[in-house]
Design a protein around this ligand. Sequence first.
Ligand SMILES: [Zn+2]
Length: 292
Amino acid sequence: MQRDLVGYGGSPPKIEWPNGARLALSVVINFEEGAEPSVADGDFESEPGAETPIAAERDVRNTLNESHFEYGSRVGFWRLVDIFDEYDVKVTFFACGRALERNPRAAAAITERGHEPCSHGYLWLDYFRLPPEQQREDMLKSIEAIRRTTGRRPVGFLPRGATVECREMAVEEGGFIYESMTYSEDLPHFLDVKGKRFLTIPYTLDNNDFRYWRSFLEPEQFTRYLSASLDRLYKEAARTPKMMSVGLHLRTSGLPARANAVEAFVAYARSRPGVWFARREDIARVWWEQFG
Ligand SMILES: [Zn+2]
């Protein structure tokens, strides 16, 4: 896979979103809780942190940090899906297999409420730290776990710490219609993967609640930031339809104050005509249909 620094070269294609929408808005919720490395699960280390200021030692359980993740699965999940129900918004879950196995009620609710389960690997573990054989094993295990717990086979793939090998594996596996292992564009685009055409739907580190992990951020700042992205893309979309991604985490945006920030943004986006809240699989299908 070669790097591509040209892309659409300033002339993005004119995709026609359903119902003449201007902007496809993909909200992603990461469901990683219970799949993070944990000595309690026999992993060689515990997840070093995210926002908890609790140092993890090798070979020692870190129960406080474990509980921070548990909050996302136990409470954050339900709070966020209730908000999305209220606004009739369907989202994509970047879901880890082991996380879903540990909360079967939440896993079932993903599909019952019309959301999409996308594979985020079986474990929430950087693939670049694994040999290719283990990456493949983890990918296949994630597909099975997601199928079993949600009733649906994932059609998208984005493991933590993606590698060139795993991008090739995703294409060879045959059941995926897209991957999301890039931040390189606003719009989906095709990749040449060993001579095969494959679709990538870019993700975002920009409109992403992981920013709360780096410094204190007021929820209103996050809403304003997301709204500013939407305003810019919405304006440009008058000429060429656009896409916007938002990345959330259960243990992060599932906290009470931060859930307000999500709700305020969703309400704002809902108020703009021509914003299509789309699952990634829906975006992928439209893209393949028109440009595949
Ligand atoms: Zn993630």
